[in-house]
Design a binder for this molecule. Structure first.
Ligand SMILES: *[C@@H]1O[C@H](CO)[C@@H](O)[C@H](O)[C@H]1NC(C)=O
Length: 379
């Protein structure tokens, strides 16, 4: 193999891990049995900027009242202390299926953090947490096709699952060699614009903010992901699930919650994300879902059962992202053959109904969902 190809292989896929089995993972769901969730504070939103292999992402999903959907994201990644890279990504989904989405991904230079590590700065990019800890401003001019200038304000408390929000990986779980942690602001308001070649898009509407820390190689931690974000007039419902590769027992870890303005109704790890109907994608053989069922079953603060369901057709997918598209084709084949890594993200944005039951009270509301099914390797 050419050396550069070997390097590509190592960068993208690394090596496969041995089978450690389910005893080498401690899911955050174990903590959630005694404490389903913890409201997050400013401390939970600090960039870790670890020395070891780590990928941190701050992701903002924007849902404009006008129907526009966009993602703005900062990724900070450190591969085994060798190379730190930062990237600003923005994706403005096209409302017209015949037109391409606007995807911009720019490496960032001169990265700095605020003294308390809650704000991120780089050339032509700033993602700042406000003094009171209730809002972020996101400003990016690093791609002239997508000039981001938005403010995201928390409309309900943020949470992490269990006590720490953290799932641990390793054969000695007191000293884990890897971690995965998520913290959310599940319901936010957004104001501001993303200026595209077609002019400014007003993003006044709702948003979700997710801060993820993957303290290990991403494809070692997860073979599959499901993500769902429902934003309705009175309620938001979110969930994030990953399934580990067989090296950690094909273990599923799911976190999520139901919130309304000013209040977490219920959150924790008692959810389910089911692909009820799938179609094999002829190009890569992944079982692309066409219908899903997402179920939340928790208790509210008063101990009343909270059950929520979203189910039905996903409609036409809005996109299929071939994560390794930039890697040369034959390297991709080697990676797929050697490590079984073939990451694709399927994205959908159907209008759906959230059916919610809080004790005896039944609520049904229509809203906008954004959902992703990600396949990385055989689970
Ligand atoms: C949202 O809540 C308000 C106040 O309780 C209610 O009047 C309204 O019908 C709700 N909206 C929906 C879509 O259920």
């Amino acid at each position: 193999m050419f050396n550069w190809a070997k390097q590509q292989l190592a960068n993208v896929a690394g090596t496969q891990e041995p089978i450690y089995g389910p005893s080498a993972i401690k899911s955050v769901a174990e903590e959630a049995q005694t404490k389903p969730y913890t409201e997050i504070t400013r401390d939970d939103l600090k960039w870790q900027a670890m020395e070891s292999t780590c990928v941190e992402t701050e992701s903002f999903y924007l849902f404009a009242d006008s129907g526009h959907i966009a993602l703005a994201q900062v990724i900070y990644s450190n591969v085994a202390g060798i190379r730190t890279t930062c990237q600003f990504n923005s994706k403005v989904f096209s409302k017209d299926p015949s037109k391409p989405h606007l995807w911009c991904s720019t490496p960032l230079n001169n990265v700095e953090f605020s003294e308390d590590k809650t704000s991120f700065y780089a050339d032509d990019c700033a993602v700042e947490l406000s003094e009171d800890g209730n809002s972020y401003t996101i400003k990016s001019m690093n791609d002239e096709r997508s000039i981001v200038n938005v403010k995201i304000t928390k409309a309900a408390p943020g949470f992490k699952a269990g006590e720490t929000g953290t799932t641990k990986f390793g054969t000695d779980l007191e000293n884990p060699w890897g971690v995965m942690r998520h913290a959310f602001w599940p319901r936010c308001t957004v104001e501001g614009t993303i200026t595209t070649p077609d002019g400014p898009i007003d993003f006044k509407g709702r948003a979700l903010y997710s801060y993820a820390i993957q303290g290990m190689k991403p494809h070692h931690a997860a073979a599959r992901w499901n993500f769902a974000d429902f934003q309705g007039p009175n309620y938001s419902a979110i969930l994030m699930e990953f399934t580990t590769p067989p090296s950690y027992g094909t273990t599923k870890v799911i976190v999520g919650g139901i919130v309304k303005d000013g209040e977490i109704v219920a959150a924790g790890c008692d959810m389910e994300a089911l692909h009820t109907t799938v179609n094999n994608d002829a190009e890569n053989e992944w079982p692309e879902p066409s219908h899903v069922k997402f179920v939340w079953s928790n208790k509210d603060k008063g101990g009343k059962p909270v059950e929520a369901v979203i189910e039905g057709s996903l409609g036409d997918r809005v996109d299929r992202v071939d994560v390794m598209a930039e890697v040369p084709g034959f390297v991709k084949k080697i990676v797929a053959g050697a490590a079984g890594t073939k990451p694709y993200i399927y994205q959908y944005s159907p209008k759906v109904t959230l059916k919610l039951k809080i004790g005896d009270e039944e609520i049904s509301e229509e809203g906008q969902m954004f959902t992703e099914a990600t396949f990385i390797s055989e689970a």
